[in-house]
Design a protein around this ligand. Sequence first.
Ligand code: SF4
Length: 315
Amino acid sequence: MKPFTYVRATSPAEAAAAARRPGARFIAGGTNLLDLMKLEIEAPSHLIDVNGLGFDKIERTAQGGLRIGALVRNTALAADPVVRRDYGVLSRAIVAGASGQLRNKATTGGNLLQRTRCPYFYDTNQACNKRKPGSGCAALGGFSRQLGIIGTSAACIATNPGDMAVALRVLDAVVETVAADGRTRAIPIADFHRLPGTTPHLENALVPGELITAVTLPRPLGGTHLYHKVRDRASYAFALVSVAAVVQRDGTGRVAVGGVAPKPWRVEAAEAALPQGARSVASRLLAGAKPTADNTFKLALVERTLAGVIAEAKA
Ligand code: SF4
């Protein structure tokens, strides 16, 4: 691990000031960043610990929604009684991810920033445009069973590994931030994660020094909330395919898919086909998909996982 300096910020202004330093990175739970530092995939020269900033509350908004502080731990968020009652898809998605120990440390803000689990990204002997821009992509022509089938590019076919983010996409969450100059932004979750294009190292809409302060949810949608995750083992594994869904009594609803794209994948126009069944939704959701020879199976797996969600919602 490369040497770095460390400071505990006591206010957002102090964190913002520290973030102006070249090579500075924020750290909260550290459940992904520390691994990346040990492998020297990330090598910040200065760590700013934001755990003391007080963004650790879950509160009602004036609009009847929920404001979740960026430092709320995944375990606390999944167990919150209001989240469980009104935003069940979020609670279910969180408990489907990682392990109990990791969820105790991982934060709401950090979860959105976790990096891909493409095996070539973690192997510093391999070419990877995300890790080293312009170096190539070893996954293209390599072992790509876990990787993306849609939204990918000729430069990168990695997936976003998150579960929580898939549920937040279906709920139309908004990410609140503060920049180093004190300006705040509200970024719709649909615009938060970027597609790779020719710059796969740029993964989200944040600018250097910009800190996530909260995630807000609109008013509850009602309906049945489900999260189905298909993976290679029953726990502590990333999704091959996951489906977050909120389905109403009349069969209408919303769906977003994880494990298939560089961001939680939702196509609102496809949701109109929900009453017609999984095949209709999947064909619209995955129109233009470009699977590799290793992961063509994900096309059928998305349809089957959707079918399982629709059947459970009707039961
Ligand atoms: Fe790197 Fe993306 Fe290629 Fe994986 S798919 S090796 S993350 S460029």
